[in-house]
Design a protein around this ligand. Structure first.
Ligand SMILES: [Zn+2]
Ligand SMILES: [Zn+2]
Length: 154
């Protein structure tokens, strides 16, 4: 994906990284770098904020650029974490640990084909009782080291 990138700074189409957006278009972002495999999180906080559970990829913040952030708001979900959402359409978009250098991105907000696969689920013990876990591996807590974000290319 990054390999075919255009050198034209005006280029906003295919080849300029992975684009993503919220439902209303008030938040548009682009990732120009590697993306982590998708991890599903069944923790209570992710279930509350999404209304079900969170399926998220991750990128280096240095590879992440907001093209439009008119309706982006951040909620301090913990002393060192925040969640980004659209205050117009309500989309769940981002999760960030302050100072981590990485941003988790709701996979459903990515536009078009992503080439990603889902690696596993975490916090399975916190899942709701109204659904069955997908048929994949699950771990009791955060497990980023099992599906690390590839290093930056530049
Ligand atoms: Zn929106
Ligand atoms: Zn979670």
């Amino acid at each position: 994906m990054a390999a075919g990138g255009s050198s034209d700074p005006e280029e906003k189409g295919a080849g300029a990284g992975q684009r993503g957006s919220c439902l209303c278009g008030g938040v548009v972002y682009r990732i120009r770098g590697p993306m982590r495999a998708v991890i599903e999180c069944h923790c209570t906080a992710c279930r509350k904020t999404t209304g079900h559970y969170l399926a998220a990829t991750q990128a280096w913040t240095g590879d992440f650029e907001l093209e439009t952030a008119d309706s982006l708001r951040w909620y301090a979900s913990g002393p060192t974490s925040r969640r980004g959402f659209c205050d117009r359409c309500g989309a769940t978009l981002f999760f960030e640990f302050s100072g981590s250098g990485k941003i988790s991105i709701a996979a459903g907000s990515l536009d078009g084909r992503t080439g990603l696969t889902t690696a596993f689920g975490i916090y399975a013990d916190d899942k709701g009782d109204y659904y069955d876990l997908p048929d994949r591996r699950h771990f009791p807590a955060a497990s980023d080291n099992r599906a690390p974000l590839p290093p930056r290319e530049k």
